[in-house]
Write a new protein. Structure first.
Length: 86
C-alpha cells in the first residue's frame, strides 16, 4: 500500500507578490497614519492640560480675591451697625 505523497509547488505568481507588497504597504501606511493620529492626540492632551493649569491658577486667584472681598464686606457691615450703648 503506497501512501499518497503530497508535493508543494514553489511557484509564486507575480500577482501574489504584488498582492503581498500591496498588503505590506497598506499595513505600513496604516501604522504611520496611526502614529500621526497618536501624536496629534498627545499634542491636544498637552494643550488641554496646560489650559487646565492656567484656568486652575485663575480660579485660585479669584477665590483669594473673593475671600478678601468677603472680609472687607464683613468689616464694613460691622462698622455700620448702630451701637446700642447709651
Amino acid at each position: 500500500m503506497t501512501s499518497p505523497h503530497w508535493q508543494f509547488e514553489r511557484k509564486v505568481n507575480l500577482s501574489v507578490l504584488v498582492q503581498l507588497f500591496t498588503l505590506a504597504g497598506l499595513i505600513v501606511g496604516g501604522w504611520v497614519n496611526l502614529q500621526r493620529q497618536l501624536d496629534l492626540v498627545a499634542y491636544d492632551v498637552k494643550v488641554l492640560l496646560d489650559n487646565q493649569e492656567q484656568i486652575t491658577a485663575r480660579l485660585e486667584n479669584l477665590h483669594e480675591k473673593t475671600l478678601s472681598q468677603e472680609y472687607r464686606l464683613r468689616a464694613v457691615e460691622t462698622d455700620k451697625r448702630p451701637s446700642s450703648s447709651f
